[in-house]
Design a binder for this molecule. Structure first.
Ligand SMILES: NC(=O)c1ccc[n+]([C@@H]2O[C@H](COP(=O)([O-])OP(=O)(O)OC[C@H]3O[C@@H](n4cnc5c(N)ncnc54)[C@H](OP(=O)(O)O)[C@@H]3O)[C@@H](O)[C@H]2O)c1
Length: 299
């Protein structure tokens, strides 16, 4: 049962990788395309849209007509205001049957996540999607769960390394388990999961878990230390202290700093571990381990 897939957020960090993989597999679908809101978004954005290797559709993301003729929507938008709720409504009203919300991260059923502000928007989107899908047995959804992107952890220095990389400050405990997965593997599992060999029916309601590495925080530092060739003196910040840091008046006015503190606390105290992973169901993917990712970056 080949299907037609519409991608939202095709120029983003994960969206661009998904677009590339969708393009490689395009012959296995009836149709693939990406959706943008306006026809001429200015030279800089237009250049980005031109680089997406998929046909482009222009239409409002909250207009059902934009989704006509498609079965599946993969959303990789980074909408900080929760606009995906409107896109979900429009997409199902336009006739799609299966929706992938922009998850691509932690397992949101974990207890560490429930009270953290960083996840409030994603939890709301999930709740809304599950409600909309529950109204019609022919509708389904897929959540792609991967923990933290290993390359992103390095890009944004989430391990808090000093400039000389000989010391680090980390909100969390050394024996906490953390799952990381390279963003390229995140894109691979997303696109493979769309193929008829994996998605048997559009009405499936799936939580797909893929893990690159699951290690303790101290093991992550050991790998960094081994690859860098020197010791790293790590100072661990307690959960209590992390709350008082966010109360600092300098940080308090900075919304981004507050949500980042919430994310760091979650991953440092167990919110980003994946249990019962589906790697064996995706033998097509040879996931990149943390050590491979660190070696590619620093060797
Ligand atoms: N687990 C991890 O470590 C990790 C790391 C990073 C991200 N993520 C997750 O991955 C997802 C995507 O993040 P990203 O970093 O790939 O995003 P990103 O690079 O910021 O890309 C954002 C994309 O979303 C589009 N967009 C932004 N706001 C929008 C809106 N209101 N309506 C429609 N489109 C909008 C942008 O399109 P235009 O350019 O056309 O505006 C762009 O294509 C998010 O759910 C994020 O939480 C997870």
């Amino acid at each position: 049962m080949p299907s037609s897939v519409l991608l939202l957020g095709a120029t983003g960090g994960i969206g661009a990788l998904i677009a590339g993989q969708l393009s490689s597999h395009r012959h296995q679908f009836d149709r693939v395309a990406f959706l943008t809101a306006i026809a001429d978004a200015g030279p800089e954005k237009e250049a980005k849209y031109k680089a997406v290797p998929l046909p482009r559709i222009v239409g409002a993301l909250d207009d059902p007509a934009s989704y006509n003729g498609f079965d599946i929507v993969v959303s990789s938008v980074n909408d900080l205001e929760g606009a995906q709720i409107r896109y979900i409504d429009a997409a199902f009203a336009g006739g799609i049957k299966h929706f992938y919300p922009a998850e691509f991260g932690m397992d949101l059923t974990r207890p560490e996540i429930q009270e953290e502000s960083f996840f409030a928007r994603k939890l709301n989107i999930r709740k809304h999607l599950e409600h909309v899908v529950s109204q019609d047995p022919s509708r389904g959804f897929t959540y792609i769960l991967v923990g933290m992107w290993s390359n992103w952890m390095l890009d944004f220095n989430i391990f808090g390394l000093s400039d000389d990389k000989k010391s680090a400050t980390f909100v969390g405990a050394p024996d906490t388990l953390l799952t990381t997965t390279h963003a390229e593997d995140v894109a691979s599992v997303t696109v493979l999961s769309l193929l008829p060999s994996h998605l048997k029916s559009l009405s499936e309601r799936r939580h797909i878990r893929l893990a690159g590495s699951t290690l303790t925080i101290s093991q992550y530092y050991s790998v960094l230390s081994k690859v860098l060739g020197h010791d790293i003196n790590v100072q661990y910040v307690s959960k209590e202290a992390s709350y008082s840091e966010a109360e600092d008046p300098k940080e308090k006015s900075n919304h981004l700093a507050i949500i980042l503190a919430s994310l760091k606390r979650t991953l440092g105290f167990g919110g980003s571990v994946l249990e019962g992973v589906d790697n064996d169901s995706y033998p097509e993917i040879t996931v990149k381990s943390w050590e491979e990712v660190v070696k590619a970056r620093f060797s």
